[in-house]
Design a binder for this molecule. Structure first.
Ligand SMILES: *Cc1c(COP(=O)(O)O)cnc(C)c1O
Length: 398
């Protein structure tokens, strides 16, 4: 079989199942409005929860960084690519999260890959035990699968299931338990303190992926190094730039510098990006925008409940409505687009089968009017889709 016939067959199958994916080119995304060739939309799909992407101080940080360091780092970090801007950001991340040290990566995807494969390395049988939540991000799952750990997933946020796995682990090998401090698709959270205790009881380390909790939870609500010896976070979400970090003990970071191949063999992130991200990080630390975000979350939840929209339990910026079929999810999101509203349409395999959903991300810079428009739009789209599916059913009956 040729590649082209394989491509065509697989793509056709995706289309049949309502799972075909396409990108939309965004011309501008400013002041909460996404502009494309087909129109302007209120943005309820981006992850910059604090609305910092266009903050003038962050933009100024880029400009200063460009002036100081040029447009790129010029090399991998172990050659000449590790610069003062990287060091400053690492030190501030470590200090804010009460860790000894931090290490920067070009993306969260790379950080999770690097971590799994550096911690669990070796060809002769399992090199460790790795347990992670079933709903963990693809970047972690893929890293875990590519590692040499004995890898098992526990049921979402289920401490009893985790404990039953911990009881059966190989005690001669090191053990990592991994979860997200806020889940990317569900917006919910595990009981981190209980999970930390359980991990300690079984002589294991807890690792947290904080991609969606930075800037959303207070920095003080992120656990200490003792409770979660490894914390990973990304700058592409609330911080509004790009890149990621892993923070922990000096020894952990030194180990990663020596063994994390994604770190060693990749050009360091542009120092200007690190410089701008530090500005963004410091704005996040003031937490004024975090408090504003929570006012918007509370406003959305109250309005949605009043309008009988069945939102799933979440206190975070990620709110979702279960639709349960990929085609219906797409139909709803397209109707919303016609109303000028852009929400995430999440389908399997990004989310488990049967939980296809509209995913709404709220930001500190949404206005109450934006949220009112969204609620109205969802109600109307729902009743329109209801009507057409009834007409279709009626059509087949007669
Ligand atoms: C976005 C995300 C990542 C990947 O981070 P990038 O910097 O976008 O590569 C990892 N983990 C979680 C939970 C995420 O949401």
């Amino acid at each position: 079989m040729s590649f082209n016939s394989m491509f065509n067959a697989r793509l056709e199958e995706q289309k049949q199942q309502g799972l075909f994916r396409e990108r939309v080119c965004v011309e501008q995304n400013h002041q909460g409005i996404v502009s494309t060739q087909s129109g302007h939309f209120l943005d309820f799909a981006s992850n910059d929860y604090l609305g910092l992407r266009h903050h003038s101080d962050v933009l100024q940080g880029w400009v200063e960084g460009l002036e100081l360091y040029g447009s790129g780092s010029g090399a991998s970090p172990l050659v000449t690519g590790y610069m003062k801007a990287h060091q400053d950001l690492e030190q501030q991340v470590a200090k804010s999260l009460k860790r000894e040290a931090a290490l920067l990566f070009s993306s969260g995807f790379a950080a999770n890959q690097a971590l799994c494969r550096a911690l669990f390395h070796g060809k002769d049988g399992a090199s460790g035990n790795l347990f992670c939540d079933k709903l963990m991000h693809a970047s972690f799952i893929d890293g875990a699968l590519a590692s040499s750990a004995s890898f098992k997933r526990f049921k979402h946020n289920d401490l009893n299931h985790l404990e039953s796995l911990l009881q059966r682990k190989n005690n001669d090998l090191p053990t990592l338990v991994a979860t997200e401090s806020i889940f990317s698709m569900d917006g919910d959270a595990p009981d981190i303190n209980a999970m930390a205790e359980l991990s300690q009881k079984y002589d294991s380390w807890l690792m947290l992926d904080a991609a969606h909790s930075l800037g959303v939870l207070s920095i003080e609500d992120h656990p200490s190094q003792q409770n979660a010896p490894i914390i990973m976070g990304t700058f592409g979400k609330a911080l509004g730039t790009c890149g990621a970090f892993i923070a922990g003990s000096e020894t952990l970071i030194s180990f990663l510098i020596n063994f994390a191949r994604d770190y060693i063999y990749s050009t360091a992130m542009p120092p200007a990006q690190a410089h701008a991200t530090l500005v963004s990080w410091n704005i996040m630390l003031a937490e004024e925008r975090t408090r504003e975000l929570h006012r918007k979350i509370a406003y959305f939840k109250a309005k949605a409940t009043k309008a009988n929209i069945a939102i799933q339990p979440s206190d975070s910026a990620i709110q979702w409505i279960k639709i349960g079929s990929p085609t219906r999810t797409i139909a709803l999101s397209q109707t919303l687009k016609q109303f000028g509203l852009w929400v995430g349409a999440m389908r399997e395999p990004t989310v488990p089968k049967g939980t296809d959903r509209l995913r709404i991300t709220l930001r500190a810079d949404h206005s109450e009017k934006d949220i009112d428009a969204l609620i109205d739009g969802i109600c109307i789209a729902n009743s329109q889709i209801e009507q057409t599916s009834q007409e279709c059913e009626h059509g087949t009956d007669s």
